[in-house]
Design a protein around this ligand. Structure first.
Ligand code: AMP
Length: 279
């Protein structure tokens, strides 16, 4: 049985009992609307920890766009069934007032790594992520936390945060889970129309081809320009960024001189999709 916990006080009691017996707690922070991508994190957490806590909290502080927050899919009953099936010990699903009670006044802000890409197009987003993740680490007292490479920059921001604040937790990055046609699984995919859903896999396909060209010696800028034109032709609009950056520091890369990461954000209809692959 997965126990549902709604308050940090109840969670503290639950975790304190575990910790007294030397149990290693793993946490998987999510915003719910769970899919197989999330479940791969849960399975990894089960392998690497004695008890697993999945958190579901649609964090208002990390949404820079009110309508994106309103439209974010929520289905706790469905999520709970998935967590039960994987043998998750605790679902921690606090309300907004529990996480941000009256008088809440602290913001955690990671500079540098959180400034380009998502940080440039979603002002304040990573402050919201860093703040809520710090709180979830404190509340769950977990020894390991599992994050998806799907949100590559977020993973790097969280690693920086944990190192800078000496938070005693190990961050485990897990590979992106894709639909059979290559589309990265995302809670936002349910908002794609049937026609958009059919167009969506072009993003990963075009990126993969561009990465191949760069590996074969094509200049990065040329390969990216061509890929952008193809992504637009495939039905996307407003490519916010399509870049190749260094893997961990996310420094701009003009020439292919070290392992890189190609990262994209683009709109299909009113759905904003992000993805990234190794180069
Ligand atoms: P979210 O609920 O979108 O905030 O995601 C919660 C966690 O699941 C984050 O660490 C994401 O990176 C991860 N995640 C989301 N989609 C995928 C995916 N397709 N494959 C692997 N991890 C994912």
């Amino acid at each position: 049985m997965t126990q549902i916990i709604r308050t940090s006080a109840d969670l503290r009691d639950r975790v304190a009992a575990w910790k007294r017996s030397g149990i290693l707690v793993g946490v998987v922070p999510t915003m719910g609307a769970l899919h197989d991508g999330h479940m791969s994190l849960v399975r990894e957490a089960r392998k690497q920890s004695d008890r697993v806590i999945v958190t579901i909290f649609v964090n208002p502080m990390q949404f820079n766009n009110a309508s994106d927050l309103d439209k974010y899919p929520r289905d706790e009953a469905h999520d709970l069934a998935m967590l039960e099936a994987e043998g998750v010990d605790v679902l921690f699903a606090p309300g907004v007032n529990e996480v941000y009670p009256d008088g809440f006044a602290t913001k955690v802000s990671v500079s540098g790594i959180s400034e380009p890409l998502e940080g440039a197009f979603r002002p304040g987003h990573f402050d919201g992520v860093a703040t809520v993740v710090s709180k979830l680490f404190g509340m769950t007292q977990a020894g390991r936390a599992f994050f998806g490479e799907k949100d590559w920059q977020q993973l790097q921001v969280v690693r920086r945060l944990v190192e800078d604040l000496n938070i005693p937790i190990r961050i485990i990055g897990c590979p992106t889970i894709r639909e059979p046609d290559g589309l990265a699984m995302s809670s936002r995919n349910v908002r794609l129309s049937e026609a958009e859903r059919a167009q969506a896999p072009a993003l990963h396909r075009i990126m993969t081809a561009a990465a191949e060209q760069i590996r074969a010696g094509a200049p990065i800028e040329t390969a990216l320009e061509q890929a952008k034109a193809e992504i637009l032709a495939a039905g996307f609009h407003d490519i916010e960024y399509l870049e190749v950056r260094s893997v961990e520091g996310l420094r701009p890369m003009e020439t292919f001189s070290e392992p890189g990461r190609m990262l994209v954000a683009a709109y299909l209809g009113d759905v904003r999709l992000i993805d990234n692959i190794a180069v």
